[in-house]
Design a protein around this ligand. Structure first.
Ligand SMILES: Nc1ncnc2c1ncn2[C@@H]1O[C@H](COP(=O)(O)OP(=O)(O)OP(=O)(O)O)[C@@H](O)[C@H]1O
Ligand SMILES: Cc1cn([C@H]2C[C@H](O)[C@@H](COP(=O)(O)O)O2)c(=O)[nH]c1=O
Length: 189
């Protein structure tokens, strides 16, 4: 079972993943970008802002995704794999191409493998503004609130268009309330 936690920067993914590690001790935990050896190098390049071309940046993430599917997802088909981000981020953040073209490109990278379950943590603009103000921002976060809320809307649109099992959770709820909703969703309750 391939489960992904999605959400824009600061939505609370890492916080929930730490709790999931306790609640699902036998699961494999992974992430995009950077879940493989090649991926760690691609992540540093993508987040370091080395690419001047937005298309080049998108292809760095796609290369990471192709390696991640081959090395992690395909090799653990019989286990519960829980990933921090996925092709949903890939499609939503690369907003210079249309959605159908991006879905096509991402399905090439994933060899047509889709997540079985997607959990999206959804932020309000004011909560996003507060959380970004509390940390040092990387090159993508520096693009600002409007950019990231637009990405969040694209994430929701993509998830609905692809037709996978999903839950949207208000990221401003208490950490324990979100934890319970995620656990129930994965356990099919
Ligand atoms: N439910 C919550 N309520 C209030 N604050 C929260 C909640 N969940 C997480 N936070 C806080 O929000 C900040 C961002 O959380 P976290 O690092 O888990 O997000 P993230 O989605 O992994 O971010 P990024 O994608 O930027 O790595 C942290 O300071 C965290 O403590
Ligand atoms: C998978 C993927 C990610 N991004 C962006 C989203 C974030 O700003 C960073 C990843 O940082 P995190 O600490 O791991 O959340 O990269 C992207 O632009 N395109 C993608 O495909």
């Amino acid at each position: 079972m391939y489960v992904v936690i999605e959400g824009i920067d600061t939505a609370g993914k890492s916080t929930q993943l730490e709790l999931l590690k306790k609640n699902f001790p036998n699961a494999i935990f992974t992430k995009e970008p950077g879940g493989t050896l090649l991926g760690t190098k691609l992540r540093a390049m993508a987040l370091g802002g080395e690419a001047k071309s937005q298309l080049a940046e998108m292809f760095l993430f796609l290369a990471d995704r192709a390696e991640h599917i081959e090395e992690i997802i395909k090799n653990n088909k019989d286990k519960i794999v829980i990933s921090d981000r996925s092709m949903i981020s890939g499609i939503a953040y690369a907003n210079q191409l249309n959605l159908n073209k991006l879905i096509e490109l991402n399905l090439i990278a994933t060899q047509n493998i889709l997540p079985d379950y997607v959990i999206l943590l959804e932020l309000t603009p004011s909560e996003l503004k507060f959380r970004l103000s509390q940390k040092e921002n990387d090159s993508i976060e520096l693009r600002g609130i409007e950019y990231l809320i637009n990405i969040q809307n694209r994430m929701k649109e993509t998830i609905q268009k692809i037709g996978i099992n999903y839950i949207f959770i208000d990221a401003s709820l208490k950490i324990e309330e979100i934890e319970k909703k995620i656990e129930d969703f994965i356990n099919g309750k």
